[in-house]
Design a protein around this ligand. Sequence first.
Ligand SMILES: Cc1cc2nc3c(=O)[nH]c(=O)nc-3n(C[C@H](O)[C@H](O)[C@H](O)COP(=O)(O)OP(=O)(O)OC[C@H]3O[C@@H](n4cnc5c(N)ncnc54)[C@H](O)[C@@H]3O)c2cc1C
Length: 466
Amino acid sequence: MKEYASVNKEMLAELEAVLGAEYVLTAADKLEQYKTDEETDPRMFHLPEAVVLPGSSEEVAAVVKLCNKYNVPVTVRGGGTSLADGAIPVCGGIVLLMERMNRILEMDTTAMYMVVEAGVRTIDIQKRANEAGFLYAGDPCSAESCQIGGNLATNAGGNKAVRYGVTRNQVYSLEVVTPTGEIVEVGARLKKCSTGYCMEQLIMGSEGTLGIITKATLKLQPLPPYRFDLLAVFDDPVKALDVVPKIMQAGLNPTSIEYMDNSYVRSTADYIEFKGAPHYEDGIYVIITVETFTEDELDLKMEKLDELCEAAGAIDVLEADDRIWSMRRNCQESVRLISLVSLTDDVVVPVDKIAETIKYIMQVGEKYPFPVKINAHIGDGNLHIVLCKCDLTDEEWEKNVAAFHNEVYSYAYSQGGRLAGEHGIGAKKLAYMEAYTPAGELELMRKIKLAWDPQLILNPGKIFNA
Ligand SMILES: Cc1cc2nc3c(=O)[nH]c(=O)nc-3n(C[C@H](O)[C@H](O)[C@H](O)COP(=O)(O)OP(=O)(O)OC[C@H]3O[C@@H](n4cnc5c(N)ncnc54)[C@H](O)[C@@H]3O)c2cc1C
């Protein structure tokens, strides 16, 4: 493991000279705020030595140059909603906050694009696009608190991925500060391009290890005016999951297909205090959204969807109103009602393997001493498995979590899956990344990291051991 220097007085003085003293924080209570992200296990927390708030790409570049000069690591933080310990400064050093870089710089509705700074909240981008009659199709459930820079760095998915793809599909180009402190533009506002390496795609999903994203040019889509959200309730997970390929094969082009097991139906209904949630006791929810440009098309698709769900064995088919979506959006928070410490997983498998994978996990889960909860973006093969520590000791928890993960990850890889579909690897899954990634692929990643960041300054201790 590489040794880093501590932040010293000279470095702090240089940071203050670049940013202004009010944007360099070292007070204990401030540092305390940035020792974790969404991580709930205190053993994973790590205090930074200083927190900085640059206001421009030039200031970000100057901070990175100083980190290289003083051999101090820097961890970028967007909204701090990482579920993979991505924003925790696991090697100490500096946490760099993007929150001052929060401007929407340009919106062109003729050419359908938007230019934003990386610290803009995702929901503000969505709202601005909607107000103009357009859609920004990136839609993680955390949109109210995460930033677009964090979405780009993790290649976030979300509720519209079935139809529109994930964050990397919404981007034309990026402005990035490299690990050595240069400001570069990567990508271009083109429909097609085969002009050298696709650098913007390499940076997206690199979790702040290959560059600090400072600006992005995002694609806009026309906003479909007609929408219907359907809730199909099942009493058997196999039937619930078997409906997915039928919807896709029927060409209904849904925007989302989401799954909540019964334990989530209960915990989210309790969490949002929704008395009378449909089939609270035994229902398994599949929420399907269809959006269209004409009313007739919507009617036809809804009729077909209703037919497919009933034929698949749904015990009830209803309209999914805002309360049902609120349940879905609050899956993560509702876990706190059951356990203060929990672990959220993010396995992804080919879409046609998701039913078998969920069945396997439910079966395996029965052997373990913790509750296992499952929600999933089933339309894109992405499962969120949540394990609740409840009153297990640290030792019992660690031993059982490791055994459970090894069973589940081995199975997922045997089905052609991967460790993370949207949350990234962060520090949380680094050991598993090393264990499960094919050696040749991991070696290529290491070579890229070392070539771009020879001093290993950017977000060390994340994804793999460089
Ligand atoms: C309730 C809840 C629901 C969620 N739902 C979803 C979901 O539906 N889909 C999904 O994909 N994720 C989801 N997440 C996870 C999380 O919101 C995403 O990973 C999100 O993209 C993180 O964005 P952030 O701004 O909070 O980034 P942070 O948590 O601050 O950082 C995440 C990673 O990105 C890096 N980073 C941040 N900003 C930059 C930047 N400007 N340049 C370079 N690197 C940067 C950080 O160093 C870190 O490695 C959810 C989380 C919660 C708590």
